[in-house]
Design a protein around this ligand. Structure first.
Ligand code: 3PG
Length: 216
């Protein structure tokens, strides 16, 4: 088994933990642990913390160290340095909005499994050539939604997608029903207002609704 196959298998296990991967923007590192505990209590275990705030790496470290049952990942990874810093902080997977040759070379040299983003069949084929079997479809709704992914299922049957971008509780089932979708990503589980007010019970409720989507 090559390095990329091994890492893609790890990624497959993480993406199968729940039907939704929350995409989180953490402004205050103090929110990280109670937020992640609420998500895990609601049945959502893989959590993507985006590198869009200065608190992100500390948040990843805190969740990795303190939240049992969570598989914390890093999102919005754009370069090799971010990949390495996130792994050092304790991230177990990485997500990028797109893929560049330099980022892919860095991912090949790093043990952290990467879920790279694509929006076209050509991008997906390029990643398939490099051994990727799991891809993020981004931005899912603006790029063509469930109809586009359904159209890729026949010519690209080897690839499983995690569509992300513009998806919510109501639209998730149409994606999850597709044979080439393993889970969806979305920010709706951790809304800014609930994080700001520390409404962890509310986040747990949103997580529970999302975790129940698989059987919907
Ligand atoms: C993102 O990278 O911001 C994710 O795609 C989340 O998108 P959403 O806010 O539309 O769920």
């Amino acid at each position: 088994m090559t390095g990329i196959e091994y890492k893609q298998n790890i990624l497959a296990d993480i993406l199968a933990l729940a039907p939704v991967v929350p995409v989180v923007i953490v402004d205050d590192v103090g929110h990280a642990v109670p937020m992640a505990r609420a998500l895990v209590a609601g049945g959502i275990r893989a959590i993507e913390v985006t590198l869009r705030t200065s608190a992100a790496l500390d948040a990843i470290h805190a969740i990795a160290a303190e939240v049992e049952g969570a598989a914390v990942g890093v999102g919005t990874v754009l370069d090799a340095e971010q990949l390495q810093a996130a792994r050092a902080a304790g991230a177990r997977f990485a997500v990028s909005p797109g893929a560049t040759p330099r980022l892919l070379d860095a991912a090949d040299a790093d043990e952290l499994p990467l879920l790279p983003g694509v929006a076209t069949a050509g991008e997906a084929m390029g990643l398939l050539e490099r051994g990727y079997r799991h891809l993020k479809f981004f931005p899912a709704v603006p790029a063509g939604g469930a109809k586009l992914l359904a159209a890729w299922a026949s010519p690209l049957p080897q690839i499983r997608f995690c569509p992300t971008g513009g998806i919510g509780l109501a639209s998730a089932p149409a994606f999850l029903a597709l044979p080439n979708v393993v889970c969806v990503g979305g920010s709706w589980l951790t809304p800014k207002d609930k994080l700001a007010t520390g409404d962890w019970a509310g986040i747990q409720r949103l997580a529970r609704e999302a975790a129940a989507l698989r059987s919907a």
